[in-house]
Ligand binder design. Structure first.
Ligand SMILES: *[C@@H]1O[C@H](CO)[C@@H](O)[C@H](O)[C@H]1NC(C)=O
Ligand SMILES: *[C@@H]1O[C@H](CO)[C@@H](O)[C@H](O)[C@H]1NC(C)=O
Ligand SMILES: *[C@@H]1O[C@H](CO)[C@@H](O)[C@H](O)[C@H]1NC(C)=O
Ligand SMILES: *[C@@H]1O[C@H](CO)[C@@H](O)[C@H](O)[C@H]1NC(C)=O
Ligand SMILES: *[C@@H]1O[C@H](CO)[C@@H](O)[C@H](O)[C@H]1NC(C)=O
Ligand SMILES: *[C@@H]1O[C@H](CO)[C@@H](O)[C@H](O)[C@H]1NC(C)=O
Ligand SMILES: *[C@@H]1O[C@H](CO)[C@@H](O)[C@H](O)[C@H]1NC(C)=O
Length: 549
């Protein structure tokens, strides 16, 4: 599918008008006399190193003459050498004639730059490529006509489906190849990006949508260069609006980079380790209160830490519930999901570095993903770093410094190698605790704990492994009796319509002392919290760090 290309390369000082018109003439004559094949792609490459000052020197007049002469039948490429050229003028003229402009820098590799440009445009595979979509299926489609498809380049067209359910529609691509008309007909189906790249979480939001926005902005910027004054004005306004909405830096916008304030002097890395067997044998006392019916409606402190233990503490009542969740490393659990406030918190587990064959694999949370949809905030917290994007602006923080960032809707505070405190305005406050393990530890690796400090502003529909307890839970403990473990009494707990056998145990709260933690006695609900949590643990497994299903 090669096409012949005839290149007319004109070297000139500063007369641009006449040589280009002359080149157009030569190509037209060659066509008329059948010197070139009918289907050849006609391209003109203009090389210049100065502003026009010989012959026609008015730039807008030259553009007009060239556009009229070419009449959409040829492609014009402009190569500007050095810094004396008026590059903007060349760029506009090339775009008006379906081509593009390049600056060639006067450096030792100028030959390579020229060669590179030639390689890009030398092999035209198709010309006049048109993508057709049914009008009633799509809208806001980006440019779908392309003068040429070069070997090694690609063409991307993006648009919106009118109906998200509409997932199978005809498309047609028409183009001209050297020998014949190229026609491609097929059925298109909207590809789920998550299926193509299941492991790619894109922190800025939907990739396809941003690709569409990017192409649309490019199209509008091109329109801003050509077209009538009104079209230019409209295109500029639209491009600006989209650039701001999707946070693209364009000639119409600017980027402000802020450096987070850091403070402090180096401090030895904090080394914490998992609990030893001796610590585990410490058994807390059962409070002497008799357990009767209790309904807790105050906002509890909920957290998940260690291998992962979920703890629901009612600070005023001296009563705490806890359960463990076991699954293979890599599993992502939904911890909080509130459709009304638009907040989602998910956590992904990691395992130990290695396990003894006769022991079960412990898992810990190693990565949290937090979304505040209304504020356009996304956070990814790992044991290495903290990535935060607010309305598309991205910042990366490390655990190695005391750092704080204040935004309109979010405050972040990193306490070096210890914790990250996040306050989302009028929404929630939480702390993520970093457990640093000695780096040569044979089994364990660094992991994270998540503590909600203020959850009272969540809606009544908040759910998730932690979220479902934000507005309290009613339970009754009775009949404390000797369990399997002589040191740990069992009891009956009646909760959410289930009569469960629970065991007195304890967990640790690492908010104040990240190394040792503080003992918190609690009633342990067996089997991944079955009976206490709504549904089964599998209901809380989600497919991605920012997913709710
Ligand atoms: C462009 O090509 C068309 C079709 O071949 C022809 O009718 C038209 O005159 C050409 N325009 C110019 C400016 O040569
Ligand atoms: C396209 O370019 C590649 C690599 O340069 C080359 O191998 C291939 O043959 C070219 N294809 C066509 C159709 O020109
Ligand atoms: C420019 O925008 C105005 C207001 O949206 C619209 O009425 C007008 O038709 C647009 N003009 C062009 C040339 O697109
Ligand atoms: C970081 O802040 C904590 C208090 O939050 C302070 O104790 C510590 O000294 C600070 N570290 C550095 C390196 O400044
Ligand atoms: C909680 O425990 C403390 C000390 O153990 C006690 O003073 C207080 O009365 C207890 N509160 C309730 C609600 O049981
Ligand atoms: C739940 O607990 C059981 C027993 O501890 C365990 O085998 C299982 O893998 C856990 N996870 C799920 C998702 O059921
Ligand atoms: C729960 O079951 C135990 C025995 O299995 C029983 O003694 C207790 O009364 C039950 N509690 C409730 C609230 O049904």
């Amino acid at each position: 599918m090669y096409l012949f290309i005839y290149l007319f390369i004109i070297c000139l000082g500063t007369n641009i008008n006449d040589p280009v018109l002359h080149a157009v003439d030569m190509l037209n004559t060659a066509k008329k006399n059948n010197i070139v094949p009918d289907n050849s792609a006609s391209m003109i490459i203009l090389l210049t190193d100065g502003d026009p000052n010989v012959g026609e020197s008015r730039e807008d007049k030259i553009q007009e003459n060239v556009q009229n002469a070419i009449g959409g039948n040829m492609t014009l490429f402009c190569l500007g050498f050095g810094y004396d050229v008026h590059y903007g003028f060349l760029d506009v003229m090339a775009k008006e004639n379906n081509g593009l402009a390049r600056r060639i820098y006067e450096a030792s590799d100028a030959v390579l730059q020229l060669q590179g440009f030639y390689n890009e445009v030398a092999n035209v595979l198709l010309s006049n490529v048109d993508f057709h979509y049914p009008d009633d299926v799509v809208n806001s489609v980006t440019d779908s006509h392309f003068k040429q498809l070069f070997n090694g380049s690609e063409i991307v067209v993006a648009g919106r489906l009118n109906d998200i359910e509409m997932n199978d529609f005809p498309i047609e691509v028409l183009a001209q190849s050297l020998d014949n008309e190229f026609v491609l007909k097929g059925q298109a189906s909207a590809q789920d990006w998550n299926v193509i790249f299941p492991d790619q979480e894109y922190i800025f939001g939907d990739f396809t949508e941003r690709l569409w926005a990017y192409l649309t902005i490019q199209n509008l910027l091109d329109k801003k260069e050509k077209g009538s004054p009104e079209e230019k004005q409209n295109a500029t306004a639209e491009a600006l609006e989209l650039s701001l909405k999707y946070n693209f830096v364009t000639p119409l916008t600017s980027m402000v980079v802020t450096k987070p304030e850091t403070e402090g002097n180096p401090e030895d890395a904090l080394i914490a380790d998992k609990l030893t067997e001796d610590q585990r044998r410490d058994v807390p006392q059962i409070p002497s209160t008799s357990y009767t019916h209790r309904t807790y409606t105050s906002s509890p402190v909920n957290w998940v830490d260690s291998d992962p233990h979920f703890i629901i503490e009612f600070p005023d009542q001296n009563d705490t519930l806890c359960f463990n969740v076991n699954d293979k490393p890599g599993t992502i659990f939904n911890l909080i999901k509130d459709p009304l406030t638009g907040i989602t918190v998910n956590g992904q587990t990691i395992g130990d570095k290695k396990i003894d064959p006769d022991k079960t694999m412990n898992t810990y949370f190693g990565r949290f993903g937090i979304i505040h949809a209304k504020f356009g905030i996304r956070l990814v917290v790992t044991t290495q770093d903290i990535l935060v994007s607010e309305k598309g602006k991205l910042a990366k923080l490390f655990w190695s410094d005391n750092t704080s960032i204040k935004g309109p809707n979010m405050d972040l505070q990193v306490a070096k190698d210890r914790s990250l405190t996040v306050t989302l305005r009028n929404s929630m406050k939480f702390v993520i605790v970093l457990h640093k393990v000695w780096k040569n530890h044979p089994y364990h690796q660094d992991y994270l704990g998540f503590y909600t400090l203020d959850s009272h502003l969540f809606s009544q529909r908040v759910h998730g492994l932690l979220g479902q307890f934000f507005h309290g839970v009613t339970f009754e403990v009775s009949n404390v009796f000797q369990g399997e473990d002589p040191d740990k009494p069992d009891a009956n707990m009646f909760v959410k319509g289930h009569n469960l056998t629970v065991t007195r145990g304890w967990q640790r709260d690492f908010r104040k002392d990240v190394k040792k933690g503080e003992n918190v006695p609690c009633w342990f609900i067996h089997n991944n919290g079955t009976g206490l949590i709504d549904g089964v643990i599998g209901d809380y497994i989600v497919s991605g760090l920012f997913k709710t299903t």
